[in-house]
Design a protein around this ligand. Structure first.
Ligand code: RNT
Ligand code: ZN
Length: 418
């Protein structure tokens, strides 16, 4: 393990190196303290939740792997998340899905859910200083089928409209209790496997359902809508496509969720930031890692994620973006997955904040293309890692790879005994 003295020394050198480029690392560390991820609750148990129902994961999403020790109930999930958080510097939010309500073994159908099932989450959040976000759940239910909010069958549509309205009321209750807006994401899996000839009709139905859902105005919750390219088993058509939601959200002046797994391999999610923020007030992110499809691999410090965070900082949009994570991988230690993905997202943000942006902009405006590219390349080998180590040290969490042993210890003591 690295000695504290070594970390401090390395940081001082890094600080000087960055200062020479006009970057104040102390200020960046303060900004990092204020960069809150919204950690998704569903990595801990492979998107299972606590509904008293039978049946697997549906809705075109899929978890692969059977790594032992997944959280089996609400207490285990809470323990796991708190433990993961103890290995991630800073203070973070938790993003809940409706199926993670505290149902206490009782069957509560989706159109019956009320804030009371989230009361213990609110208390838990208060106790640990963790703010909550929320999602309605269209998948893994007898009425999910291929179509929910866009189903031509009015009774099914109404069922999901009711569910979504109730989820907004729950989000409002959470937001009010925590005195900070709860962000509720609306993603529905609606689509079809094969050539679809009634595309317009389903979208019209979806639009109408959404209009009903969003009719009521709340002051302690914020809505966002999330698109997708395709789902597994729903490959030919997605009702809530990117174009659909972009148009819908701009018309309604609402937030859009950009899930980094939901775009074509050659499409840049980073480039969407400056294009979309001109028309929508805010963005929600689901930071993921697509491989071949929306595979929801654990987030790592890859180029698309670094580009995305750089674009946010460059657009001066730090406060107009909410930083959710969204991946689920059951092939490896799930706590480790939280820590790797959260730390990776933070490192991408840190590197974005450490960019000598003023000089880069000057170069660009003066058409000094060589200088711009050269400095961008050089930024890659600046000692940003010393700043991240300092950030961990300041937050009293393991520095560098030393969290591996901690995760192993938790596995030996807790998750392997399940
Ligand atoms: C699915 C969407 C959605 C889900 C979660 C579980 O493609 O990304 O956000 O992953 O709601
Ligand atoms: Zn998502």
């Amino acid at each position: 393990m690295m000695k504290e003295e070594t970390i401090r020394k390395a940081y001082e050198i890094a600080k000087e190196r960055y200062a020479a480029l006009g970057v104040d690392t102390d200020k960046v560390l303060a900004q990092m303290q204020d960069f809150h991820l919204s950690m998704h609750c569903w990595q801990a148990d492979d998107v299972t939740g606590f509904e008293a129902r039978k049946g697997g994961l549906t809705g075109g999403i899929q978890v692969n792997g059977n790594y032992p020790g997944k959280a089996r109930n609400i207490n285990e999930l809470r323990d796991d998340i708190l433990y993961a958080m103890s290995l991630i510097p800073g203070k973070h939010r938790l993003n809940l899905h409706e199926i993670y309500g505290d149902f206490q073994g009782k069957f509560v159908d989706r159109d019956e859910v009320t804030p009371e099932y989230f009361e213990s989450w609110i208390q838990w959040g208060k106790e640990h200083g963790i703010k909550l976000d929320f999602n309605s759940t269209s998948f893994s239910h007898a009425k999910s089928g291929d179509l929910s909010l866009s189903n031509p069958d009015k009774s099914i549509r109404d069922f999901w409209i009711e569910h979504s309205k109730r989820c907004r009321a729950i989000s409002q209750a959470i937001g009010e209790a925590q005195q900070d807006p709860c962000i509720m994401n609306t993603w529905v899996h609606d689509g079809s496997k094969d050539i679809t000839v009634n595309r317009y009709m389903y979208r019209e139905l979806l639009k109408d359902s959404l209009d009903q859902i969003f009719e009521h105005r709340y002051d302690w919750m914020k809505d966002c809508v999330e698109s997708k390219v395709f789902g597994i088993g729903l490959e030919s058509y997605t009702v809530g496509s990117n174009d659909f939601y972009t148009a819908y959200a701009s018309k309604r002046d609402m937030m859009i969720t950009l899930d980094t797994g939901h775009f074509h391999p050659t499409e840049s999610v980073a480039d969407k930031v400056s294009a979309m923020l001109l028309f929508v007030p805010e963005l929600m992110l689901h930071v993921s890692r697509p491989i071949r499809w929306d595979s929801d691999h654990v987030t790592i410090m890859d180029d698309p994620t670094m580009d995305l965070f750089s674009e946010i900082v460059r657009a001066g949009a730090l406060n107009r973006v909410h930083y959710g994570l969204d991946y689920f991988d059951g092939t490896l230690n799930r706590i480790g997955a939280y820590v790797i993905g959260s730390r990776a997202a933070q490192k991408c943000m840190l590197r974005a904040l450490l960019e000598p942006i003023a000089t880069l902009r000057e170069y660009e405006l003066a058409d000094r293309k060589f200088q711009r590219l050269a400095l961008l390349e050089e930024c890659k080998n600046l000692p940003w890692n010393a700043v991240y180590d300092m950030f961990c040290l300041m937050n009293n969490v393991p520095v560098g790879e030393s969290f591996i042993a901690e995760v192993e210890k938790y596995e030996a003591d807790v998750t392997s005994k399940r």
